[in-house]
Ligand binder design. Structure first.
Ligand code: D41
Length: 674
C-alpha cells in the first residue's frame, strides 16, 4: 500500500469514528467519550485533510461549514409532493376523523402513531448511497428551496447514514427546529450584539435556515426530528409507519423519542392530554400532536384530498398567539426602580388563558416595533412565561395613531425617570421615596454593612411598610415600642430590643451613611472613597459631575447617579429628617489620596483570615489608600494569603507577585498606622 493510500485509509477510519461519536452525541444524546477526545479525533482528521486536500470527501465531518455564501437559493421540485396536514382543534373533530377513517377502511380500533407536532420547518433530506446530497425546504409542498449548505451545519443531520442496509436513494422528511434553550441563548446573544430578537423558536429556526451564508447558520442551535420518507429507491420499506421510523433510527437519523403507537381514537386523546402535560418541560416547542394511520396499505386506501392525507391529522393545542387590540400602555415600577412598559389589552384567550396585560419589555422594544395605542397586536404566551406583545399588524393601524412616548416621571412618586448610558431600561430616580422601591431601600438601609440595625429583618420591614407605620427610612427612628408591639409575631421584648438597636445605630460613619442611602451603583468602596474625598456630606450633596469624577473609582455613570439622587428634593428631605432624629457621624479628615502610604498599590485578599474579617482587612487597606481587587493579575502588588488559600495564591506565585501571610499583613498595616 502506498503512503497516500495509507493516509486515505487513516482518514476514512477517523471519519467513521467521528461519525459514530457525532451520532452518539447529537442523535442519541448519549455521548460515549469526553468532548476532548472528540476534538482530538476531529483535529487529527483536519490535519490530514489540510495536508492532502484531495482526500477531502463531501461527507467528511469537517465539511459541515465552509461553503461560500450564496446569492440566492435554487428552487427544488419535490419528486413526491410534501403534503400538508389537516387540523383538529377539539376532541370532537378528532373523533370525527376517527369515524371517517373507520368508515372508509371498514375496520374499528385502527392502529395509529401519535407524534408531538414540532413547531419548526418541514424539510426534505436526500441521501444517495448513504450520503446527504441535498436538503430542501417544503416551500408550497411542490417546490421548495435548496438549503443544503445550511442543513449540513446541523449536527443531528447525518452527512452519511449509518450501516449499509439503507436504500440506494432515500428521501427523509422531518422538522428542523430550535430547542428552547438554544433559542434563549441565541436571543441573549442577539441582544448583546444589538441585533434583532426573534419572537419565538419557530421564527428563529426559519430565519437561521434562510441565511445565504451558512457560516451564520452554523452558529445557530438547530436540530432535526425525522418523521417520514418521500422518494425511496432500491429497497423495499416495511409495511408500517412505526417500522419506517425504526429504520430511520437504525440509519442514524434522529426520531422524536415521544412517538407512540396507539390503538383507537380514545388512546389518541389520552396521548394528547399526556403530551399537553409534558409540554412545558419538553426541551422543544410543540403546537400539538399528529395522529397517523400506522399501516401503509391503509394509508394508501385512504389516499388524500387536496394535498392533505386522509390518514393523518394534526390535533392542535389552543393557540399561543392571538390578535387583539392595544388599549393603553402603562408603566410599572419594579423593586429596583426599573420601569417596565405594560400593554393593556382587549381581553383575549391565548392558549386557554384570558390575557389582558402583556409586557412590552422596555423603551427599545417599543421603538423597534413602533407599537402604538390602538394597534392590533400579536400576543404571545408560552408555558408559564409572562405574555408578551410579539409584533404589530401595521396594516390594521388606525389612521390617526401617534408614536408612543415613554413617560419622563415615575407614575408612583413623580420623580424623574433616568436611563443610564448603554442600558435599555429606564429607572425611577425617586430612590428612598418611591413606594415601589421603599421596602427594598429600607431593607438596604437597615442591613449590617449599612446602618446595621439589628433585628430589623426583611419580613419586619414588609410588615412595617404594609401597616403604614413607616414611609421612609427616617420614620424608623420615630417608631414607638407600643406601635411595634401591636404587630403580629412581635413580643414586647423584641419591640424594646428593636428600639434599642435603632438608638445604637444612630452613631455611624459618613461612609456607612452614604452607602445606606442606596444610591445606584454606590457600593461600600465607592461610599468610602466619597467620604474620604469630601469629608462632609454637604460637599458630596453639592458636588457636580466634574468634582465627582475626581474621586477614585467614580466614573461617569456613578457620578450621574449621585448627582441625580441629590437633585431629588425628597431625598434631601429624608436626609434632613434623619439628622433631626440625631443620626450622626464624625466628619472625615480629608487627605489627598495620593499622599496616603499605600496609594497606587493593588492588594488581593484570599483564603481565610483568622484575626479579622475580610471586610475589616479591606477597609484597613482602603484607609491606607490601597485598592483592593478580587483577582490576581500582573498589576497586583501584594497578595494576602490566609488559611487554605487556593487558585489565587497559585496564580500569584506563577506571576511572581509578592505574597504575605496574615501575620505579615497585620504588621504591615500597623507599621503604616504608626
Ligand atoms: O412534527 C411535525 N411538525 C410533523 C409535521 C410531524 N410530526 N408529522 C408530519 N407529517 C406530515 C405528513 C403526514 C403529511 C407526512 C408533519 C407534516 N406532514 C407537515 N409538516 C409541515 C407540513 C406538513
Amino acid at each position: 500500500m502506498s503512503a497516500i493510500q495509507k493516509t486515505q485509509k487513516q482518514a476514512a477510519a477517523l471519519r467513521e469514528q467521528i461519525q459514530y461519536h457525532n451520532h452518539r452525541y447529537y442523535v442519541l444524546d448519549d455521548p460515549e467519550v469526553p468532548d476532548a477526545e472528540y476534538d482530538r479525533l476531529f483535529r487529527e482528521l483536519q490535519k490530514i485533510e489540510s495536508t492532502y486536500p484531495s482526500l477531502i470527501t463531501t461527507d467528511s465531518p469537517t465539511q459541515r461549514v465552509g461553503a461560500l455564501p450564496l446569492s440566492s437559493f435554487d428552487e427544488v421540485k419535490h419528486a413526491i409532493p410534501m403534503l400538508s396536514l389537516g387540523n383538529a382543534f377539539s376532541d370532537e373533530e378528532v373523533e370525527k376523523f376517527g369515524k371517517r377513517i373507520s368508515d372508509r377502511l371498514n375496520v374499528t380500533d385502527i392502529q395509529l402513531v401519535a407524534e408531538p407536532k414540532l413547531d419548526g420547518l418541514a424539510i426534505s433530506l436526500l441521501y444517495e448511497d448513504g450520503v446527504l446530497v441535498r436538503a430542501a425546504t417544503r416551500g408550497d409542498g411542490v417546490t421548495g428551496e435548496n438549503v443544503t449548505q445550511n442543513v449540513r451545519t446541523i449536527h443531528s443531520v447525518p452527512l452519511r447514514l449509518v450501516g449499509s442496509d439503507y436504500p440506494r436513494l432515500l428521501e427523509v422528511r422531518g422538522e428542523v427546529y430550535m430547542p428552547k434553550q438554544g433559542f434563549e441563548a441565541l436571543n441573549k446573544r442577539q441582544k448583546q450584539n444589538n441585533e434583532k430578537l426573534f419572537a419565538n423558536p419557530r421564527n428563529a429556526a426559519a430565519g437561521s435556515l434562510r441565511q445565504l451564508d451558512s457560516k451564520i447558520t452554523a452558529t445557530r442551535p438547530l436540530a432535526i426530528f425525522c418523521y417520514g420518507v418521500g422518494q425511496v429507491e432500491g429497497k423495499k420499506m416495511p409495511s408500517r409507519h412505526s417500522e419506517v421510523l425504526e429504520c430511520l433510527k437504525a440509519w442514524g437519523l434522529r426520531v422524536c423519542p415521544e412517538i407512540k403507537v396507539v390503538k383507537g381514537i380514545e388512546k389518541c386523546l389520552d396521548y394528547y392530554r399526556h403530551i399537553g402535560e409534558q409540554r412545558n418541560s419538553l426541551p422543544y416547542e410543540i403546537d400539538g400532536v399528529v395522529y397517523k394511520v400506522n399501516r401503509l396499505d391503509q394509508q394508501e386506501t385512504l389516499g388524500f384530498v387536496s394535498r392533505a392525507p386522509r390518514w393523518a391529522i394534526a390535533h392542535k393545542f389552543p393557540a399561543q398567539e392571538e390578535l387583539t387590540k392595544l388599549l393603553a400602555i402603562d408603566v410599572q415600577v419594579g423593586r429596583t426602580g426599573a420601569i417596565t412598559p405594560v400593554a393593556r389589552l382587549e381581553p383575549v384567550e391565548v392558549g386557554g388563558v384570558t390575557v389582558t396585560n402583556a409586557t412590552l419589555h422596555n423603551q427599545d422594544e417599543i421603538e423597534r416595533m413602533d407599537v402604538r395605542v390602538g394597534d392590533t397586536v400579536v400576543v404571545y404566551r408560552a408555558g408559564d412565561v409572562i405574555p408578551k406583545v410579539a409584533s404589530v399588524i401595521k396594516s390594521r393601524r388606525p389612521k390617526k395613531s401617534r408614536k408612543y412616548k415613554m413617560p419622563t416621571h415615575c407614575p408612583e412618586c413623580g420623580s424623574e425617570l433616568v436611563r443610564a448610558e448603554g442600558e435599555a431600561i429606564l429607572r425611577c430616580s425617586g430612590g428612598l421615596c418611591c413606594p415601589a422601591q421603599r421596602k427594598e431601600a429600607i431593607k438596604h438601609f437597615a442591613s449590617r454593612r449599612a446602618m446595621d440595625i439589628e433585628g430589623l429583618g426583611d419580613k419586619l420591614v414588609d410588615q412595617l411598610v404594609d401597616a403604614e407605620l413607616i414611609n421612609d427610612v427616617a420614620d424608623l427612628y420615630l417608631l414607638k415600642s407600643d406601635e411595634l408591639a401591636g404587630l403580629e409575631r412581635m413580643a414586647n421584648k423584641s419591640a424594646e430590643n428593636l428600639i434599642a438597636a435603632l438608638e445604637s445605630s444612630k452613631l455611624t460613619t459618613l461612609a456607612k451613611f452614604i452607602y445606606s442611602l442606596g444610591i445606584r451603583e454606590v457600593g461600600e468602596a465607592t461610599a468610602l472613597n466619597l467620604a474620604n474625598h469630601f469629608g462632609r456630606l454637604e460637599l458630596v450633596e453639592s458636588a457636580d459631575t466634574e468634582k465627582l469624577l475626581e474621586v477614585a473609582d467614580v466614573g461617569p455613570v456613578v457620578a450621574s447617579n449621585i448627582v441625580t439622587f441629590f437633585q431629588q428634593a425628597h431625598n434631601l428631605d429624608v436626609i434632613s429628617k434623619l439628622r433631626e432624629a440625631e443620626v450622626s457621624w464624625p466628619d472625615v479628615d480629608v487627605v489627598d489620596a495620593d499622599t496616603l502610604p499605600m496609594a497606587g498599590k493593588t492588594v488581593v485578599l484570599t483564603g481565610t483570615l483568622t484575626k479579622m474579617t475580610r471586610n475589616d482587612a479591606k477597609q484597613n487597606l482602603q484607609k491606607l489608600g490601597a485598592k483592593v481587587s478580587g483577582s490576581v493579575s500582573k498589576k497586583t502588588d501584594i497578595v494576602v494569603a490566609g488559611e487554605s488559600a487556593g487558585s489565587k495564591l497559585e496564580k500569584a506565585q506563577a506571576l511572581g507577585v509578592e505574597v504575605i501571610n496574615e501575620e505579615a499583613f497585620i504588621k504591615l498595616i500597623d507599621s503604616y498606622k504608626g
